[in-house]
Design a protein around this ligand. Structure first.
Ligand SMILES: [Zn+2]
Length: 382
C-alpha cells in the first residue's frame, strides 16, 4: 500500500539542500519513503493522510535508553532534590529489583516505556542491558530488549555489582568473557560506563576491545560526572558515540570534532541530577556531530520524552530549535550509524511525525505540551 501525506505546513527533511520545505508532499510505499517534492507534482497513492497545515518531521531517534529494569527510584530523586548529591551508586538498587523480577514484569515495563516514547514521537529507540550484571540476568535483559528494538546494547559494564566490590578485575574478566559470549547473540553494541566509581580507562578499553572482536559496535558513557579518559577512548577506538560529554576539555572537543564519533547529549540526566548541562553550542561550533537522547532510566533520567530533551537543549545548552530537532533525529541516526533513519527523503524508512503545530519551532517554544498528533512507524500509522 502507498500513502501520501498532503497539506503539510512545513516539512523538515534533514536534507542539507532543502531542510525545511513548504508546499511539499511525501509519498510512502510500504515501509519506505518513496517520493518527496512539490505537492502539485505528487504522484497518486492508495491512502491519504491530511496534515491539516501542520509540521511534519522525521520520527525521533532516541539512541540512548535503559529500559530493562524493575522498580523506580522516586524516593532517591526526592532526596537528591532535597540536597543529596548523585553518585551513580543507586544503580545497585535497580540491579537488585531487576534480578528479582520475572521476565513478564521486565517485558511489561519496557513495553510500557516504548509505547510512552512512541506517543511522544520516538520511532527508534536503543535499549541497553546493565541492570542484570550477572551472566543469566544480562542475557535475559538483552533477549527482552531484542524483542522491542534492533538497536540493543550490552552494558554489563554499568557498575561493578556488590558481590564483586572487592575484586573488580574479576568482574571485568567476566564481562569480557563468559558474559560477552552470552550477550553476543542478542546485542548489536557494547557500552561501558567509564567514570570514577564505575570503570577506569584501562578496564573500559579491555571491555570495548573484547566486544569489538566479537563484532559489536562501540558506545561509551563518557565524562558525565567529571573529566576523564572516556571521550578520547571512544574516539580512539572508533566508537559510534560518546554519551553524556558533560565535562570536556579542549582536547576532548577537538577529538570529537575530528572524528565520526557522535557526541550524544542527555540533558534529562542533568535535569534529574540538578547538574550543569553539557555545552552543545561549543561542540557544534567545533564541528562535532551532536545527538540528543533521553537516557531513560529509573535513577538519573526517568523521562522517555524527546520533546522534553529538545526543549532543554534549546533553553539550557545553546542550541537553536532547528539544531535541537536535527540532533534528536539525524543526530540520533548518526549515533546509531543508521543512514536509513532521521531523514525524510526517498529510500529512508517511513518513520515520521505530524505535529499539532505549524512549525518544528513549537517543540521548544511550547514545552510540556503534547504536540505529536500522528506517528507513522515503518509506514504504518501508530
Ligand atoms: Zn545511560
Amino acid at each position: 500500500m502507498s500513502l501520501i501525506v498532503t497539506n503539510i505546513g512545513e516539512l523538515v527533511t534533514n536534507d542539507p539542500e532543502h531542510n525545511v520545505r513548504h508546499d511539499a508532499a511525501v509519498v510512502v510505499d510500504g515501509d519506505r519513503i518513496a517520493w518527496v517534492g512539490p505537492a502539485a507534482q505528487a504522484p497518486a497513492a492508495d491512502l491519504r493522510l491530511d496534515a491539516d497545515g501542520a509540521a511534519v518531521l522525521p520520527g525521533f531517534v532516541d539512541s540512548h535508553a535503559h529500559l530493562i529494569f524493575a522498580g523506580d527510584r522516586a524516593a532517591e530523586f526526592g532526596a537528591r532534590m532535597a540536597g543529596q548529591p548523585y553518585t551513580g551508586g543507586g544503580i545497585r538498587t535497580t540491579v537488585a529489583a531487576t534480578r528479582a523480577a520475572s521476565d513478564d514484569e521486565l517485558r511489561g515495563n519496557a513495553r510500557r516505556l516504548v509505547g510512552e516514547a512512541l506517543r511522544q514521537g520516538t520511532t527508534t529507540i536503543e535499549i541497553k542491558s546493565g541492570y542484570g550484571l550477572s551472566v543469566p540476568d544480562e542475557t535475559r535483559s538483552l533477549r527482552l530488549a531484542a524483542e522491542l528494538s534492533a538497536e540493543t546494547t550490552y552494558l554489563g559494564a554499568h557498575v561493578v555489582p556488590a558481590e564483586y566490590a572487592d575484586r573488580p578485575d574479576d568482574y571485568v574478566e567476566l564481562v569480557c568473557g563468559e558474559m560477552l559470549d552470552a550477550a553476543v547473540p542478542y546485542a548489536k553494541w557494547v557500552d561501558v560506563f567509564c567514570e570514577r566509581g564505575a570503570f577506569d580507562g584501562d578496564q573500559a578499553r579491555a571491555i570495548l576491545t573484547a566486544g569489538a572482536k566479537r563484532g559489536l559496535g562501540l558506545r561509551v558513557h563518557a565524562n558525565q560526572l567529571g573529566p576523564g579518559p572516556g571521550v578520547r577512548l571512544a574516539v580512539e577506538l572508533g566508537a559510534a558515540s560518546a554519551d553524556h560529554c558533560t565535562h570536556l576539555d579542549d582536547a576532548d572537543v577537538d577529538a570529537l570534532a575530528g572524528s565520526d564519533t557522535v557526541a550524544t547529549l542527555l540533558p534529562g540526566a542533568e535535569f534529574s541530577t540538578r547538574s550543569p548541562y553539557p555545552d552543545a553550542r561549543r561542540l557544534l561550533d567545533a564541528g562535532a556531530t551532536v545527538a540528543l537522547a533521553t537516557d531513560c532510566n529509573p535513577g538519573s533520567s526517568y523521562t522517555s520524552s524527546m520533546p522534553f530533551c529538545i526543549a532543554l537543549a534549546v533553553r539550557e545548552m545553546g542550541l537553536t530549535p532547528t539544531e535541537a530537532v536535527h540532533a534528536a533525529t539525524a543526530g540520533g541516526a548518526a549515533a546509531l550509524r543508521r543512514t536509513d533513519l532521521g531523514r525524510i527523503s526517498p529510500g529512508a524508512r517511513a518513520d515520521l511525525i505530524v505535529l499539532d503545530a505549524p512549525s518544528h519551532l513549537h517543540l521548544a517554544y511550547r514545552p510540556g505540551v503534547p504536540l505529536i498528533r500522528h506517528v507513522l512507524q515503518h509506514g504504518a500509522p501508530r
